[in-house]
Design a protein around this ligand. Structure first.
Ligand code: CMP
Length: 140
């Protein structure tokens, strides 16, 4: 059964442009509730570890550079069918391909500077939530 939690990150491009509030409002309108949130600037070590699955990709260095370029906002969200509902709400990785009304259609600039992250499975949601919120009840 699909889980009720997922992890999102308002990335440095959107957070730095003061779009976090609008993005959170959009997600709340789609039925998500915030379980935990923090604003932080990731270190190179943290970003490198978080995106370790992409370490062999040509864009890995650029991704780590971008994710450490400013503050971001990791958020644990709750909703039924959370992982797929969030992926629907944020849209395709490339904003040029994202559907109307999605976060990336509205706020992303490019495949790299794409405003928001979403976990791609229940398993990764739990791992990613633990990465930022080790103290949170759900991830214990
Ligand atoms: P996200 O889903 O958060 O996790 C992997 C990230 O890699 C993805 O968002 C994009 O921001 C980034 N990414 C994917 N493809 C490219 C690309 N071609 N160039 C730069 N960044 C990319």
């Amino acid at each position: 059964m699909a889980g009720n939690y997922t992890l999102t990150i308002v990335k440095p491009d959107a957070f730095g442009a003061n779009k976090a509030g609008k993005i959170i409002a959009l997600l709340e309108d789609k039925g998500f509730s915030i379980v935990a949130a923090r604003a932080m600037r990731m270190s190179k070590e943290q970003a490198g570890a978080f995106y370790e699955v992409h370490a062999a990709r040509p864009f890995y260095g650029e991704l780590v550079e971008f994710m450490t370029s400013g503050a971001c906002m990791p958020i644990i969200l709750r909703r039924d069918n959370a992982v797929s509902a969030l992926r629907d709400a944020i849209g395709a990785t490339d904003p040029a391909e994202a559907a109307e009304g999605t976060v990336r259609k509205l706020y992303a600039e490019s495949k790299g500077r794409n405003a928001i992250h979403a976990s791609d499975s229940d398993e990764n949601a739990a791992r990613e939530a633990r990465f930022f919120f080790a103290e949170c009840e759900w991830v214990k």
